[in-house]
Write a new protein. Sequence first.
Length: 230
Amino acid sequence: MNRGPKLQRISEHVWILPFNSPKDRPNLGYILGDEKALAVDAGHSSSHVEDFYDAIRSEALPLPQLTVITHWHWDHTFGMHAVHGEILARPETSDKLAQIQAEMEADPDKASRFLNSDASIRREYAGGVPLKVVPAGKIVTEDQSIDLGGLTVELLWSVSPHTDDSLLVYVPGDRVLFVGDAQLGEFPSWRMDWDKLAALADKVRSLDADVVIDGHWKPYTKEQFLAEIG
């Protein structure tokens, strides 16, 4: 019996494993069609992935055959080595992860510094949870649609003030949109580029969504999200 975190149902075909602030774990998405399941983001570590998959199994749902990465930051990607199936990401995302992988392999102290850099990271990796960084298996160079069987998922690049590799995951049939951390300021300064935020708002406004799910908060209505970001 799974006594860990539970999936939260968002719509007919969409669930999330809700965010966990103490460990800086973002919302992870689960989208189920008639033939395939797709996950949104790979989480902070293999432990995060294990909790996600335990929650999926507890609902008697199939594990995702595909995982889409919204952007390169570690809390969304450092679980990629433990993911089931194929991983899709923007080229900028995969390149950044390959760079981090090479740097950690060349300098073991870099990994140690990361593990000790923040209390949330220390909590996530407590007890010897392995740290392993890998690039994506499949590169998304342009907007594309994925057929999960009776359900289409759209992968849409967007301007974002947070990173240059933002990939939105849109489920038009359920009117649900995943935005990752796209609306946040640039890390680590948190400087906000208001022109990029306005462009992101225009992108979201153009999509027929009822629910918007970001990385680290409860699901918004589209109107709430647009009001939040101005």
